[in-house]
Write a protein that binds this ligand. Structure first.
Ligand SMILES: Nc1nc2c(c(=O)[nH]1)N[C@H]1C(S)=C(S)[C@@H](COP(=O)(O)OP(=O)(O)OC[C@H]3O[C@@H](n4cnc5c(=O)[nH]c(N)nc54)[C@H](O)[C@@H]3O)O[C@H]1N2
Ligand SMILES: Nc1nc2c(c(=O)[nH]1)N[C@H]1C(S)=C(S)[C@@H](COP(=O)(O)OP(=O)(O)OC[C@H]3O[C@@H](n4cnc5c(=O)[nH]c(N)nc54)[C@H](O)[C@@H]3O)O[C@H]1N2
Ligand SMILES: [Mo]
Length: 778
């Protein structure tokens, strides 16, 4: 194993670490050496000994010094008077003063409106995701901890379906990640086929999966079946590309299940011994013959048949499901079909199939104890909708995002008065659907805090206090791939230097916690805290040991359901109410949901029954947000080398469609639907179907005027202005971030319609006359 510190002489050292965030990233824990000279990081290189990444890094790590020492980075706490929101009138203050302000404001809010009037927001799975809810429950004392993405449409839906149907953590492609000798381990088998469903890991490396592993496996012989509306690099190199219409995944899944059952291609042993509800499933799937599925999905019936047969005849094969499963009101059903296929084909928890795991309790015990810190009766005040979203509530102990926006707009059931933005720049067309509605509603708050690295439009427009955060090079931490839900190794982040007066998210939690509720925050330092978390997760080492070793791979066993390793009672089977894989869910019925998967159109597509108005005026399907390596959501727009690669927001348009609307490559284009407008630059490419366009998300322009109304141009390319609020699935999951109607037309430039701010005529918040209740087809 590599050394933690290498002395290069002349005061230069190389320090080994594993990445998480900031800069934003998911917990892959890419291994690297940071070269430090005179207390500054001057170079970044991959660590060849890291078991997974083996020396490979993406451009966002390689440009880390440009991010760390960026002239726009905030290096001290800042305050501003409430009446100056939107103006660049920040004043640098000390951490002591920042904590005094927090203590005074939180107590004032509690006395006047109760602690429940505080809401703490977070973005995606950065390190901060582990530490925000504990801050809310155990320091601020509010039950309103919230991920403000409509329908909780990222990862939560997939994890919840896995809980409901399999009673296991996150099912992941088996890439021998648990084994020190990786693919050479005698227990391992290379998957024959891998289904990549609505996921593009070469660019996204999501949730703990190192995307380039797909190339490693390709070299070892794995073949691919890609289900994606775009011809991605992986699709171009796949054996089968199922180029479906966005949002029709559940119909495709049901069609594949039907083909497999009708042609008797399923694993009879597994179905008889380990599955519940096969007969009901068979009956439901029979409603999806391939000619019907072809009409819905646009995928030729013979392609679906050939791909399904190939999968059924080649074992082991594996499945990866991505964000496109979540960003769909019908996503819970689509996810159910993916899990059913993996189950009935006999690929669950076998070598080279789909690995299952029992969620480990690295942070789980502590996070549970933090929730117990809320006073009696407080959790009952959490803002949600128990009548409709019981599935959401069964899976999560957080407030429901769509209910929170309703509350912000109506003050029902009680007013919210203070927000804490903890690693989210939500209005920058990231978490927030219809971000302008969030912005207008949040403007009314009494006091808002932002905890971030850079001044963002969210902080500039809405906040009164700014807390500056360290990058992963500047703090100690622990990386947990899949956040403990399928964690093949734990890794150490090692602090190598300091920049300004910044603190890590955990250090900020400790400081705020010790002020507001000291008994819940007993640790003197983060090292003691991490040692305790390692012990809670069953790892017998101290945090310092982990820092010295770099990482620790976890033990793993296949076929856990045969060995009683999935259930707390130690019996064989799955940790579901029936002890079996629930092809037909025994929980859904309880929650007023159909127990079996079905397909229905999302609310606002040109194909939604009864929406002929949309089909005529907004004939194109808009899908958004396919990842690029040059940014992580709204981040990195101020990093020169990355911005040079991706200077402008791009919308991908098929040449035929572009010709029809008189649009040329490089033209600026307005994308519009009844809810709003966004401007992006045309990239004319055959990788999208003529009926579909794909637009980037997360754009703002740090080089532009930061003050209101422009707010660094955050409303100009704000694609989420077109995504409806609360057009979500029935048990509370899944919004159409990748699946709404739109039209396009050429405009003169990014500024053609002004700032597009919500108070301007061009930027006014649109409405859609139709109800957002989706119509069920089956
Ligand atoms: N149209 C469309 N919209 C989408 C998507 C899509 O596909 N299409 N994808 C959606 C998905 S899946 C998600 S998860 C959301 C993500 O949305 P968010 O996670 O809210 O992403 P950002 O808006 O970039 O906000 C993150 C902020 O946190 C700061 N930051 C980075 N790392 C840290 C850290 O460790 N600590 C702290 N305190 N701050 C940090 C960054 O500087 C940045 O300002 O966006 C969603 N939005
Ligand atoms: N560099 C970088 N990496 C990231 C992020 C980032 O912003 N930048 N964000 C992180 C976050 S929060 C997440 S959740 C992950 C997401 O990462 P992934 O799960 O890989 O998801 P996406 O890249 O959004 O989309 C994957 C593919 O889905 C396709 N797609 C679009 N609509 C549909 C549809 O309706 N059905 C199907 N089957 N496919 C569709 C798109 O064309 C795209 O190729 O990435 C993470 N990693
Ligand atoms: Mo996400």
């Amino acid at each position: 194993m590599s050394e933690r510190i290498i002395d290069c002489g002349d005061g230069v050292i190389k320090c080994r670490t594993c990445a998480w965030s900031p800069p934003g990233d998911h917990p892959v824990g890419c291994g690297m050496y940071l070269t430090v000279k005179d207390g500054k990081v001057v170079d970044v290189e991959g660590d060849p000994d890291h078991p997974i990444t083996q020396g490979r890094l993406c451009v966002r790590c390689l440009t880390l010094p440009e991010y760390m020492y960026n002239e726009k980075r905030v290096l001290t706490p800042l305050k501003r008077a409430k009446e100056d929101r939107g103006k660049d009138k920040w004043e640098a203050i000390s951490w002591d003063e920042a904590l005094d302000i927090i203590e005074e404001k939180v107590n004032w809010i509690k006395e006047n409106w109760g602690a429940e009037a505080i809401v703490a927001f977070q973005g995606t799975g950065r390190e901060a995701t582990l530490y925000k809810t504990p801050l809310a429950y155990a320091a601020l004392g509010t039950p309103n901890s919230c991920f403000p993405m409509s329908g909780d449409s990222c990862y939560g839906p997939r994890c919840s379906v896995a809980d409901f149907i399999l009673g296991a953590g996150y099912p992941e492609l088996d890439y021998a990640a648990y084994f020190p000798d990786r693919f050479d381990d005698p227990r391992y088998e290379v998957p024959k086929y891998i289904v990549l469903w609505g996921k593009d890991p070469l660019f996204s490396n999501p949730d703990g999966f190192f995307g380039h592993t797909l190339i490693d496996l390709m070299k070892l012989g794995s073949k691919y079946i890609v289900i994606d509306p775009r011809v991605t690099w992986m699709a171009a190199h796949a054996e089968f590309h199922l180029q479906l219409r966005p949002g029709t995944d559940a119909a495709l899944g049901l069609g594949m299940i039907n083909y497999v059952i009708e042609n008797d291609l399923y694993d009879h042993d597994f179905v008889e011994n380990w599955c519940y509800g096969f007969d009901e499933l068979k009956e439901r799937a029979a409603q999806y013959p391939l000619d019907r599925v072809e009409k819905i999905t646009w995928v030729p019936a013979e392609t679906i048949a050939a791909a399904s047969r190939t999968l059924a005849e080649n074992h082991p094969s594996s499945f990866m499901w991505g964000l496109a499963i979540d960003t769909n009101a019908n996503g819970v059903q689509a996810g159910h079909t993916v899990l059913i296929l993996a189950a009935i084909l006999g690929d669950l928890d076998v070598p080279g199939g789909v690995t299952l795991a029992v969620p480990a309790s690295f942070m789980g015990k502590w996070r549970y104890e933090c929730a117990q810190q809320l006073p009696p009766g407080m959790m009952e005040k959490q803002i949600t909708d128990l009548e409709h979203y019981r599935g959401f509530q069964a899976a999560h102990v957080i407030a429901h995002p769509d209910c929170i926006l309703n509350t912000l707009e109506t003050d029902e059931p009680y007013p919210l008065k203070m927000a804490w933005f903890y690693a989210t720049n939500g209005i920058a067309n990231t978490t927030n659907a219809q971000g302008k509605r969030w912005f207008k509603a949040l403007e009314k708050m009494e006091f808002n805090v932002c905890q971030d690295v850079f001044m963002t439009p969210t902080a500039m427009g809405l906040c009164d206090l700014f807390l500056p955060v360290t990058t992963f090079a500047e703090h100690d931490g622990m990386v947990l791939p899949h956040f403990g839900r399928n964690t093949h190794m734990v890794m150490a982040m090692n602090k190598v230097c300091e920049v300004g007066d910044c603190k890590s998210d955990l250090e900020i939690d400790f400081m705020v916690g010790k002020r507001l509720n000291p008994s819940a925050w007993p640790w003197d330092n983060v090292a003691d805290f991490f040692t305790e978390q390692l012990h809670n997760g069953g790892v017998d080492m101290t945090f310092e040991d982990l820092q010295n070793d770099g990482w620790m791979q976890m033990p793993f066993e296949y076929r856990k359901y045969e060995k009683g390793l999935l259930r707390p009672d130690g019996e064989p089977g799955f940790n579901t109410p029936t002890g079996l894989v629930e092809l037909c869910s025994s929980l859904y019925e309880d929650w007023g949901e159909d127990a079996l998967p079905y397909f229905e159109e999302n609310a606002m597509t040109p194909y939604t029954p009864g929406r002929e108005d949309l089909a005529e005026e907004y004939p194109l399907v808009l899908t958004t947000g396919g990842r690029e390596t040059t940014s992580f959501h709204s981040e990195h727009r101020q990093v020169p080398s990355l911005r040079a690669i991706m200077p402008d927001p791009l919308v991908q348009i098929n040449p035929e469609t572009a010709a029809k609307y008189g649009i040329k490559d490089g033209d600026w284009v307005c994308i519009e639907n009844p809810l709003g407008k966004a401007i992006e630059k045309a990239q004319i490419t055959p990788i999208v179907d003529p009926r579909v366009i794909h637009a980037q998300h997360g754009w703002w322009f740090p080089e532009q005027d930061p003050e209101t109304p422009n707010l660094s141009g955050v409303w100009k390319s704000n694609i989420n202005s077109l995504i409806p609020h609360q057009a979500i699935g029935r048990i509370g999951f899944g919004a159409p971030f990748k699946n709404v109607a739109c039209r396009i037309y050429k405009v003169d430039g990014l500024d053609a319609l002004g700032t597009l701010d919500p108070d301007s005529p061009e930027g006014a918040i649109g409405t859609d006359p139709a109800s957002f209740v989706a119509t069920k087809e089956a």
